[in-house]
Structures are given as structure tokens and as C-alpha cells.
Design a binder for this molecule. Structure first.
Ligand code: AMP
Ligand code: GLY
Length: 421
């Protein structure tokens, strides 16, 4: 088989690596990928928005399966283009991808089908939104309706902060069209976790859970980012809570999308909060999580491509998981998420056996060295017999390669250790 992965980050690097390990796969292509992935996939010079070129390549080169990493091409209808061309794709249609692309779509669906989530109201005008804030307790959460590159969520600790966020969105249109509608949401308290399911219409196959660390600095301080590290499994989330999330959230949501005439195919990713009343939805995504994928796929012992084909054909695959824990620490450019400097020469990890390196923001210079380019540069991950062992292993290696110009959080996975104590 020939498989095409669309995207350019660490998530796609991990996907390509896992797909290349499949006994069914002869060739993995990635479009456009990054220079750090050249060992596991053949790169194509087509960007994610080059829908015509991507479909043309898949048609002329006999691609058997397409996987789309990022949300933007999904919301722009790339999966539909492949389907129209008769190419098998494990990704949602433009309409089904609204579950990520429009928070009001997701919220309305959850309301209608009684899927547990934070209570909310949506607004298109500033004045009523400001009035609503006056009447609501704090903290309170303000969200741009559309895609805002992970920046459209403000957890306001004060009413001033909430008012400011509303003004930025509804008056100043800080995120353009994405914030012409705003959701104001109840603040949920509890432990967060990510639960991803492989979905085809009513069939829902959940992966093991992970926890992401979204804030930039240690102790969950600093600005929100695309994710600074993750680990899997998440021992402080009981199995019972995961089962509840599957039964009350993932399965009913897939079913609801079928009933609404927008059946979902692909990864349905629920960002969940384990509250005192059980798991509730913080957000849905229509794709693999980043960096969750980088710590979940290395624990999957089954053949990923076989699993995806099973799901696409309506069969229930048996997933085999390694009992080992995996921790992944993101190395980012200093200044991230608020601008960054590029061009730091990256260490070679060739001699570091047992370490998983997934590149996201890198370029290659004339001598063939990888350089940092962008905010998140790479993720270093390690498996271990226990979470503690995995954490020690990854930091031991990372600390040997510390570089000015780059930084990483020192406490990825520690939260689980504290919760277990
Ligand atoms: P998102 O960009 O939707 O992933 O949201 C970023 C982060 O904001 C989440 O990971 C949560 O930590 C936090 N968040 C979003 N919605 C809520 C909520 N209703 N209650 C508490 N925290 C929230
Ligand atoms: N890890 C968060 C996301 O993929 O959206």
C-alpha cells in the first residue's frame, strides 16, 4: 500500500513512523512534512492548502489511504475532495469537521443530545455579552467560535479580563471571522485528559488516554500554547471515568453526527474535564491531537494501518497496548508562543537509543544540519516501565543537550506523580 499523510508537524512525524512500520505499507508520503521526517517518509512539495495538487498526486500515484493531520484543511473540505476522487481517506468531511471548526455547532449538538459539557451562551453582539458577564460568576471562559490557531480561548479570572477578551473579539475582531460569534462558558474544575477515538459513522474505537500540558511554563504558568508535552497513560484518571466518557460522550456524539446527517469518519478527539459530576467536554477536535499522538502511537502495538482499514470497513479492531508509559517533552524556541528566533543548530540524537524524536519546526542548512524554525521545534519522548522511569529517562537525555535559544518545561508528567502520592 501507498499512504499519504498531510501535514508538517510532530504529530505527522509520529504518524508517518507508525504507518511505515505497518506490514501492509510499501511507501509513505508526507505533504509537505519537514526535513526532520525524511528518514520515515518521502516528502512532497505540496502545502496543506494545495487541495488540487494533493488529490492529483494521490490519483496519479495510486495512493491507497490518506490521513490528514491538521484541522484547517479538514474545515476547508480536503477530505471531501479525496472522497470525490474515489480515494480512501481517514478524515472527516467538511460538514462533520464543524465539530472542531465551529464551537457553536459543537455546543448545539451537545445540548440537543444531552452530552455533558460546560453550560454556555453564544453572542454576536458586544453589549449583551458584557451584560451576561455582569450576571455570571468568575472564573469564566470566553471562546472564539471558529479556528483561531489555538489562541481563541481565554480563561478569565476577573470580570475585567472577561470584558477585555470580549472587546478584543466582538469589537476589534482580533481573530477575524473566527470571532464574529463568541461562546461564553462555565468554568469547569477538575483534571483534564484527552480521549481520542477512531470513528466511522456509528463505530467508535477509543485509544488510550493522554494528558497534554498546554501552558508554556512549569507549574502550568504562562500563556496557553499548542502543547508543551504529554504523557500516556494518565494514572490519576480512573478507568471508570474513561468508560463513562466513552458511553456518555464519544459514542453518543458519533451517533448524534449520524442522526444529524453529518456522519463522522476519522479521529474524534474529546478534550475532557473530569469534574465532580463526571467527565465533561471542554472541546472536540476532528483530528489526532498534537502532542498526544506522539505519546500514544509508540504505545500502540497493533498495526495502525490495519486498524484504520478495519474501522473504515466497519469492523471492530482489537487494539494492543504496551503496558509501558510514555512521556514526551516539547522543546520550543525561546519566546514561544509570542514570537521566536530561528536558526539554532539542533543536536544530533542519532546515538541516543531508545529516545523518540519527532520534529515539528525545523529547516536544514547546506551542510545537512537541522536548524530550529518556528515555535515548537521537536518533541523528545521516552517509554519506561513506569511513568517515573520514562520521565527520568527523557530528562536525563534532554539535559545533556540543553541549548541557548531553546527551552522546555521541566515538569511534564510530574502532575501524575503528585496525584498518585
Ligand atoms: P482549548 O484551546 O479549547 O483547548 O482550550 C484551552 C484550555 O483552556 C483547555 O485545555 C482548558 O485548560 C481551558 N479551558 C477551556 N474551556 C474551559 C472550561 N469550560 N473550563 C475550564 N477550563 C477550560
Ligand atoms: N493537544 C491539543 C490539540 O491537539 O489540540
Amino acid at each position: 500500500m501507498r499512504v499519504l499523510v498531510v501535514g508538517r508537524g510532530g504529530r505527522e512525524h509520529a504518524l508517518c513512523e507508525k504507518i511505515a512500520m505497518s506490514q501492509h505499507v510499501d511507501e509513505v508520503y508526507v505533504a509537505p512534512g519537514n526535513p526532520g521526517m525524511e528518514g520515515v517518509a518521502t516528502r512532497l512539495p505540496y502545502a496543506e492548502e494545495d487541495h488540487r495538487k494533493l488529490v492529483e498526486f494521490a490519483q496519479t500515484q495510486g495512493i491507497d489511504l490518506v490521513i490528514i493531520g491538521p484541522e484547517k484543511p479538514l474545515v476547508e473540505g480536503l477530505a471531501d475532495r479525496f472522497v470525490q476522487a474515489g480515494i480512501r481517506v481517514f478524515a472527516p468531511s467538511q460538514r462533520a469537521a464543524q465539530i472542531e471548526g465551529s464551537k457553536s455547532f459543537a455546543k448545539n449538538l451537545m445540548m440537543k443530545y444531552q452530552i455533558p459539557t460546560a453550560s454556555y451562551a453564544s453572542f454576536r453582539e458586544l453589549e449583551p455579552a458584557l451584560d451576561y458577564i455582569e450576571r455570571s460568576p468568575i472564573p469564566i471562559v470566553i471562546k472564539a467560535d471558529g479556528l483561531a490557531g489555538g489562541k481563541g480561548v481565554i480563561v478569565a479570572q476577573t470580570k475585567d479580563e472577561a470584558r477585555e477578551a470580549l472587546c478584543h473579539m466582538l469589537r476589534d475582531r482580533k481573530y477575524g471571522q473566527a470571532c464574529s460569534t463568541v461562546i461564553i462558558e462555565e468554568f469547569l474544575e477538575g483534571e483534564e485528559f484527552s480521549l481520542m477515538a477512531l470513528v466511522h459513522e456509528g463505530l467508535v474505537i477509543c485509544l488510550d488516554i493522554a494528558q497534554d500540558h498546554k501552558r508554556a511554563y512549569d507549574g502550568d504558568q504562562g500563556p496557553n500554547t499548542g502543547g508543551m508535552g504529554a504523557y500516556s497513560p494518565v494514572p490519576q484518571i480512573p478507568h471508570e471515568a474513561v468508560n463513562q466518557a466513552i458511553k456518555r460522550i464519544l459514542e453518543p456524539t458519533a451517533q448524534a453526527l449520524v442522526l444529524e446527517g453529518t456522519p463522522f469518519t476519522g479521529v474524534l478527539y474529546a478534550g475532557l474535564m473530569l469534574t465532580a459530576e463526571g467527565p465533561k467536554v471542554i472541546e472536540f477536535n476532528a483530528r489526532f491531537g498534537d502532542p498526544e499522538t506522539q505519546v500514544i502511537l509508540p504505545r500502540l502495538e497493533s498495526d495502525l494501518v490495519e486498524v484504520l482499514l478495519d474501522v473504515l470497513e466497519g469492523r471492530t479492531p482489537e487494539l494492543k497496548w504496551s503496558p509501558q508509559a510514555m512521556v514526551g517533552v516539547v522543546v520550543a524556541s525561546k519566546g514561544y508562543p509570542n514570537g521566536c528566533t530561528n536558526g539554532v543548530v539542533l543536536p544530533s540524537y542519532d546515538a541516543e537509543r531508545g529516545l523518540h524524536i519527532y520534529y515539528s519546526g525545523v529547516s536544514r542548512d547546506d551542510e545537512g544540519q537541522l536548524l530550529s524554525e518556528g515555535g515548537r521545534v521537536y518533541l523528545a519522548g521516552s517509554l519506561g516501565g513506569s511513568l517515573e522511569e520514562a520521565i527520568d529517562k527523557v530528562y536525563d537525555r534532554l539535559d545533556k543537550h540543553q541549548q541557548p535559544g531553546l527551552f522546555y518545561r521541566r515538569d511534564i508528567g510530574r502532575r501524575a506523580m503528585q496525584a498518585l502520592r
